[in-house]
Design a protein around this ligand. Structure first.
Ligand code: S3P
Length: 440
């Protein structure tokens, strides 16, 4: 891992202003690299997130014989090798900090006729991987985690995979995607039933690469996604819009720093990702979607956020999977809102880059916020932020959330372990300081 980075913040002296374009969507960037690598033909990707997580995925495919030019300013050209064209890597595939890379790659590698080993950094090495190796093994894959269910994952080659009908035990797009990707190689139809809507970029992007994939809504929450194995992916050009998860830091900053008015440009507003907008609106935020349009099978808009001051609320647990990555910064919004905010039904937050419930509780307390930890969430009493020192526990979103909190903290915040910001949002400090946050 790179050297420890410490961020120091000071209170913003005026509201945030201007038009901000955050980097490309991380989930879409990983998938664009994966599908382009497995496609027949050459794909041109624009708007790619050049964060460390996506670079780990790209490096893995390069190590398996895929040729790619770039990335350069978000442009990447990949010449696909076809579904069966990957070659055995000469060394371990290092997925760095990225759970998405490791879990989705596991689905793909499970179906290759060579052995591979997936490793990760200190944070990724403590994250649960049986959630993918268990369903993949029931498809006939030979993949195993360490004794504790964590990386490394050893994958051995198999002749062919069997299709399964898999009921996800948790609302996870990563597990859904790992099974669907293995399903591309299975002998028949694989289905995955999700208990609640999770991001559907895999399904949408498979269609963009010419691969049929069907979604049947079972009720308000649950759906079944079906895919037939044995098809091919066809190269295409993909334009990746900005990441709503990175935009969320600015949505919250503008909602808590008086006098702010910003526009976030070209943001993916896929309905499986917009929970953060619903949560902030329920807290009274002034957020408007401008110029909605469709780009490459995904809905996109500019998002205008104007400061109005927030009120605490009981967050609808149904919104949790739709805002799963935004909870750290939503907790910062809650700390600045009037009254109490309750987060519940969010135990999955404990399985992210850090245990985001206990790490946020610890950090918020360190900066003078009253907060009660619960098994599946927390209760935050708003009333402002004093300041202090927080530890990000190698979690990029924790670090950026406290950088946003620094915009209103009376005495500034020191954020330790912020180097992982580069995994998802390499130019965060630059964009944030340009908009008016004081971070060094
Ligand atoms: C992701 C899915 C989510 C999210 C992660 C990216 C994806 O994880 O937290 O940052 O790209 O599929 P889970 O599906 O495990 O909740």
């Amino acid at each position: 891992m790179s050297k420890e980075l410490i961020l120091t913040t000071a209170k913003a002296t005026q509201g945030l202003n201007g038009t901000i374009r955050v980097p490309g969507d991380k989930s879409m960037s990983h998938r664009a690299v994966m599908f382009s690598s497995l496609a027949n033909g050459t794909s041109n990707i624009t708007g790619l997130l050049e964060g460390e997580d996506v670079m780990a995925t790209l490096a893995a495919f390069r190590a398996m014989g895929v040729e790619a030019q770039g990335p350069d300013s978000g442009n990447l050209t990949i010449t696909g090798v076809g579904m069966r064209g990957l070659k055995a890597p000469e060394s371990d595939l290092d997925m760095g900090n990225s759970g998405t890379a490791m879990r989705l790659m596991c689905g793909i590698l499970a179906a290759q006729n060579f052995a591979s080993k997936l490793i990760g950094d200190e944070s990724l090495s403590t994250r649960p991987m049986r959630r993918v190796t268990v369903p993949l093994s029931s498809m006939g894959a030979r993949c195993a985690t360490d004794e504790d269910g964590c990386p490394p994952i050893h994958v051995r080659g198999v002749e062919k995979l069997e299709p399964i009908d898999y009921k996800l035990p948790m609302a996870s797009a990563q597990v859904k995607s790992a099974v669907l990707l293995a399903g591309l190689y299975a002998d028949g139809e694989t289905s995955v039933t999700e208990p609640a809507p999770t991001r559907d970029h895999t399904e949408r992007m498979l269609k963009a690469y010419g691969y049929d994939c069907e979604t049947e809504k079972l009720n308000e929450q649950a759906s079944t996604i079906r895919i037939k194995g044995g098809g091919e992916l066809t190269a295409t050009d993909i334009d990746i819009p900005s990441d709503i998860s990175s935009s969320a830091f600015f949505m919250v900053a503008a909602s808590i720093i008086p006098g702010s008015k910003i526009v976030l440009e070209h943001v993916c507003i896929n309905p499986t990702r917009t929970g953060v907008i619903d949560v902030l609106k329920a807290m009274g935020a002034d957020i408007k979607l401008i110029n909605p349009r469709a780009i490459g099978g995904e809905p996109v808009a500019d998002i205008q956020v104007t400061y109005v001051g927030l009120k605490g609320c009981e967050i609808d647990p149904n919104l949790v999977p739709l805002a799963i990555d935004e909870f750290p910064v939503i907790c910062v919004a809650a700390a600045c809102a009037e009254g109490v905010t309750t987060v519940s039904g969010a135990e999955e937050l404990r399985a992210k880059e850090s245990d985001r419930i206990s790490v946020m509780v610890e950090g918020l307390r360190n900066i003078g916020v009253e907060v009660e930890e619960r098994r599946d969430g927390m209760l935050v009493t708003g009333g402002g932020i004093k300041g202090g020192t927080v530890e990000s526990h190698h979690d990029h979103r924790i670090a950026m959330s406290f950088a946003v909190a620094g915009g209103v903290a009376q005495e500034g915040i020191i954020i330790k372990g912020a180097e992982t910001v580069a995994t998802s949002f390499p130019n965060f400090v630059e964009l944030a300081t340009n908009a008016g946050l004081k971070i060094s």
